[in-house]
Design a protein around this ligand. Structure first.
Ligand code: SAM
Length: 365
């Protein structure tokens, strides 16, 4: 059925295809309720160990202090998946005597049902919204783990001296890629300084969809911090001539696959995040860029070792999980943390405890 729909909609850009394959209400991978975890297709930091969320709870408390312990402080998460991050944050905060309202932006009822189960002990604290637009005005902290890598991207390729956008034609269960001369000024602007050095056949992605999120956040967040955790690169690395096949990755049953047309609607399709784009969006929408570093140093600097001693059994399994979150071979180097803020620190730029060991924000300029 999905293939018939794709045929009827052909030709379509790769971006439209990715949007449908992940988010079509009936056939989309996420819309149908797929969540990360052992039973899913891939794992994320919140699935590794509760110490990830518990350590982020320290970032929540720091935001609360920076907002002068506002009575209206809330935590907002989008792309909450199975709800493990929310659970671990709420559990640790409750251990410390804090009970902030927790908002989740979740467009899909299948995913919301999953999150309700995970968060059954905290239902009185949690509110769900179908979109950012539905949120009330709030102050507090917005946290997302692996949200931006799940946004649809445009696929482009260099041929000769020209850039082309990839369009798709689905016909009789086959898909053919078509090349249309790239004309979208937003896409061109993004890659313009880099493309002359690209070799023939260089293929990469451009995401334009993060802007919707920043625009909505800028309308809803009065004051607070934005904490983004994801895999990606500063732009010069993203569009490095050596990265000639781009960053598109698909996951199916814990295997990486490089064919985004395999089993449409049944595999996860992702693209790395251009963190320079998120730095620019923050500036455009009135947020200050405060810190950027890898997940390992960020969690270490926040004090993950102390939190680990507090809440884990210190078993071999727990220690392996800790290593996975912090060490370079795990998520410690592949994942980055970008923190942005609005109207906090009252005229001075706050020094956040997650960036005491390293702050590499200048990579994004
Ligand atoms: C890779 S999953 C991350 C899950 C979870 N954060 C974790 O770390 O396990 C990405 C999630 O982002 C969600 N998502 C994508 N765009 C969204 C949007 N505009 N608003 C809310 N959720 C969105 C998807 O539905 C999906 O559940």
């Amino acid at each position: 059925m999905f293939l018939q729909l794709l045929e009827a909609l052909s030709p379509l850009t790769f971006e439209t295809y990715m949007e449908l394959a992940l988010y079509h209400p009936d056939y989309g991978y996420y819309a149908r309720g797929n969540v990360p975890g052992k039973a899913g297709d891939f794992i994320t930091s919140p699935c590794v160990h509760k110490v990830f969320g518990a350590t982020l709870a320290l970032q929540v408390l720091e935001a609360y202090e920076l907002l002068n312990r506002s009575k209206n402080f809330v935590i907002l998460e989008a792309g909450a998946g199975a709800g493990y991050l929310a659970l671990d944050i709420l559990e640790y905060l409750s251990l410390k005597g804090f009970h902030f309202p927790y908002y989740i932006v979740e467009p899909f009822s299948a995913l919301r049902a999953f999150q309700e189960q995970t968060l059954s002990r905290y239902l009185s604290q949690v509110n769900w919204f179908k979109s950012f637009e539905e949120l009330p005005l709030f102050e507090g902290i917005f946290i997302c783990n692996e949200l931006f890598d799940a946004l649809p991207v445009h696929l482009i390729e260099k041929k000769g001296e020209d850039l082309f956008e990839i369009w798709l034609e689905f016909k009789e269960k086959e898909v053919t890629e078509k090349f249309e001369k790239l004309t979208d000024p937003e896409i061109l602007k993004r890659v313009y300084p880099y493309f002359p050095r690209w070799p023939e056949g260089y293929r990469t992605e451009v995401c334009l969809r993060a802007e919707e999120i920043y625009k909505a956040l800028s309308q809803k967040m009065k004051r607070g911090l934005i904490v983004i955790i994801d895999y990606g690169y500063p732009r010069a690395d993203y569009y490095h001539p050596g990265r000639s096949r781009g960053t598109l990755l698909c996951y199916y049953r814990h295997r990486v696959c490089d064919n985004p047309y395999f089993k449409p609607g049944h595999i996860d399709i992702t693209a790395h995040v251009d963190f320079t784009y998120l730095r620019e969006l923050a500036e455009k929408y009135g947020f200050l860029n405060l810190g950027f570093t890898q997940q390992g140093p960020y969690l270490a600097s926040l004090g993950i070792d102390q939190v680990f001693l507090e809440i884990s059994d210190n078993s071999f399994k727990d220690k392996e999980a800790l290593k996975m979150l912090v060490f370079p071979e795990g998520f410690g180097h592949s994942h980055w943390v970008l923190v942005q803020g609005r109207f906090i620190g009252l005229g001075s730029i706050p020094k956040l405890s997650g960036f005491r060991f390293s702050n590499r924000l200048k990579l994004l300029y």
